[in-house]
Design a protein around this ligand. Sequence first.
Ligand SMILES: C[S@@+](CC[C@H](N)C(=O)[O-])C[C@H]1O[C@@H](n2cnc3c(N)ncnc32)[C@H](O)[C@@H]1O
Length: 253
Amino acid sequence: MGGRPELVGLKGEERKSGVREMFDRISGRYDLLNHLLSGGMDVLWRRKAVRLLGVKAGEDYLDLATGTGDYAREILKHGPRQVIALDLAPKMLEILSQKAEGWPQGERVRCLQGDAEQLELPDACVDGVTIGFGIRNFPDKEKALGECARVLKPGGRLVILELAGIPNPLLNRLFGLYFKHVLPRIGALISGDAEAYTYLPHSVEAFPARDTFLGWMRARGFTNARCIDLTLGISSIFVGTRSAASASAPTPD
Ligand SMILES: C[S@@+](CC[C@H](N)C(=O)[O-])C[C@H]1O[C@@H](n2cnc3c(N)ncnc32)[C@H](O)[C@@H]1O
């Protein structure tokens, strides 16, 4: 969770390289700040998301925007055959690789550097896709959802964990004070990056309304698409099932 406010306004490759550089820069302090700034809630949110994913032994999973791999690790605990852990930022993946050496079955995690909007993976190759606090950073979220549908087997599950904005206006204003004034200062102090952690509240503000996002999921071939708010809506989980109707993903473009 971190970055530059003006990044939100950038488009396409320009935004992606800004995001990649930003996460590379803060990679060494990412885990510490994540746990500190969320008061440890990030761990519980990922655990809940993985319960909804319903991991089955022997299945293959893809964790997009995996970062330092905490979501991938949570999936791994349930005995999948493999977790493909994909991220744009090589330094985040380096940290993941070091961490995975100490995890039971860590060899089942396969790190891939890549772009969630253009996956270099075959059609219908995984049983589940996850994205944790990542899709907010993608310039073209709908394209990424299309890629999720393409690589999922029919009946496969998508579970997206995201900071989608707090629905209650009063609570949103109160939380906004922490988000805009306290969090960036702590982030700057600990990450040593003056720009870091000012982008986070801006990227949350720019995230589409829950119904809009669910509409995008449905348009990309996800059935039973729904949103579950956690901790008063500070964090949200979007879940959907890849339609079994056709083997190729529908692309409304
Ligand atoms: C806030 S971190 C989330 C990391 C991890 N999923 C977690 O739960 O803590 C966002 C990650 O998204 C990655 N990212 C941003 N845009 C991406 C893209 N287009 N494709 C793949 N990864 C991307 C960043 O490099 C960063 O590691």
